[in-house]
Each structure stands twice: as C-alpha cells, then as structure tokens.
Design a protein around this ligand. Structure first.
Ligand code: OOG
Ligand code: MG
Length: 266
C-alpha cells in the first residue's frame, strides 16, 4: 500500500470540504489491515487540528444495518470530541455530505480497560449506559463502499449525541438485550427495533470492543464512550432548519437532535 497518510488526507479533505470522493478501493487493492492503518492516520490528522479521541464505535452489529449497506463484518471506528453534539442541540447540516442518523446504545467506562490485559473485564468497567444516536456521513460518493473503504473512512463516523447517562448498577432488573427502540423524525416514527438487534444484546459490544481494540491498536481509558452500534437501519438526516430527530430506548429514555437554522445549505 502507498502511504496511509496520503489516503487519509483524501478522506480528511472530503470531510473538511463536505465533498464526496471516490472509493479508495477503486484505485488500489486494500487489505483490512491497510484500512485500519488509514483510519489511524486519519485520526492523527484530526489530532493535529486539536481534536481529541473520546471513545470508539462499532458498526454493522445489526442485521438491518448489514443488509442496508451490503457489508456484514463488525467494524470499529473512533469517536472524537469534535463529533460530539449535546443532547437537544442543533447540527449544521451544511458541514455534512449526505448524512444519515441511527439509534444506538452508548456505554461509558468507569475504569481503564487495557485491551492487552486478559484480566480487565470491560463488562465490569462499563459503569454507565445511555440512549444515543449516531450521525454517519460516508465520505464516498453515493454512500457506497467496500468493507475496507468504510473502515478507512473511520466507519462513516460524523457525529454522536448521547442522552441521559444512568448507572448500570441501578438497571440490574432491566434486560438490556430486549428493549424497544424507536426513531422519530418530526414526531413521526420512521424506524423501530430492539436492543436485541445489536449483537443479540448490546452488552456483547463490550467484549467485542476490547478484542477489536487489541487487534487494531486502540486504547480504552476510563471515561471512554462506546457506541454499541445501530439498532435499526439509518435514515437520512432531515434538512429543514428546526427539524428534530428523537430516539427512545425503552427504560433508558430519549435523546434528540435538531437541524441548525440560518445556515447556508447550498
Ligand atoms: C457504516 C457505519 C455503521 C452502525 O452502527 O452499524 C454503523 C455505515 O453504515 O456507513 O455505524
Ligand atoms: Mg453507528
């Protein structure tokens, strides 16, 4: 593979200018290892601009998502501070290419997890849980990609919004693997699913994240946010200023985001 930073720079430019680009795999054969190297190089470029890593996300943990995108292996990406949208806040649609939004479940680590230490248990370390949404925005034209392309593109990660955190300890009577999930746009239900759609049980995301973090050189310090993956297919982020999207996870609560007003959407 040519220099990973060169590939990462192409995707970084596409992100910064909100302009779709050609799939990397169209011009070069990439292995999955190459793709993760490009992803890491892309995060380094963000770090040079002062962005910081705040967590990780899994992708394609649900069958609905895998079918929607035609890609089925579970993938991991990195969440950064600049991707964070506060619950109820507005996002600037014009900074994105063809954004979609999906309902998720988030965990927060209360202790460090060393991916290389077999005695570190991510299930014990995850002390908080919240309803969440992810905004994905493939940097590739037509939102089409191979598995390697989407990994190189940091798994389409563009934004995330986390609802109220709750201590896992108070939820011991709740079966986290069987909670209804609803996604609404402007008060209309557009997707429904269950937390069972996330790897059968979103708690499975935790050991999966640890295993993949070890494999691809990611760290999981205390405070890390972990997005377990979408519970339904993603829907287009609405484009009218003031439009709202709400995700509700039974027993966990709701989280919302709006489209910013007064921006140039040209
Ligand atoms: C890749 C990201 C998938 C999820 O939750 O399954 C993902 C994409 O669909 O563009 O974030
Ligand atoms: Mg996602």
């Amino acid at each position: 593979m040519a220099n990973a930073t060169n590939f990462a720079a192409v995707l970084d430019e596409a992100t910064r200018t909100a302009t779709a680009t050609t799939q990397l795999s169209a011009a070069s054969a990439l292995t999955l290892e190459d793709a993760y190297e490009i992803q890491r190089a892309g995060i380094s470029l963000r770090a040079l601009r002062g962005d910081t890593v705040v967590g990780v996300k899994l992708g394609f943990t649900s069958k609905a998502k895998a079918i929607q995108m035609g890609v089925s292996d579970v993938i991991i990406g990195v969440l950064t501070e600049q991707m964070r949208v506060e619950d109820g806040d507005a996002v600037a649609r014009s900074r994105l290419i063809h954004p979609r939004i999906e309902p998720e479940v988030a965990f927060r680590l209360g202790a460090d997890v060393d991916p290389n230490d077999p005695s570190d248990d991510p299930l014990t370390a995850a002390t908080e849980i919240a309803p969440a949404m992810e905004i994905i925005d493939s940097r590739y034209r037509d939102f089409r990609f191979s598995l390697e392309d989407v990994v190189a593109d940091n798994t389409s990660a563009a934004g995330f919004v986390i609802g109220p955190w709750q201590p896992m300890a108070v939820l011991h009577q709740l079966d986290l693997g069987d909670l209804d999930v609803i996604l609404e746009v402007e008060g209309v239900i557009v997707e429904t699913g269950s937390t069972a759609d996330i790897l059968g049980d979103p708690l499975r995301a935790l050991p999966t994240v640890k295993r993949m973090a070890r494999q691809y050189g990611l760290t999981l310090p205390a405070g890390s946010i972990i997005l377990a993956g979408a519970a339904t297919a993603a829907v287009p982020l609405p484009s009218e200023p003031g439009d709202t999207v709400v995700a509700t996870v039974e027993g966990l609560g709701r989280v919302s985001v709006a489209i910013a007003a007064g921006e140039n959407r040209g």
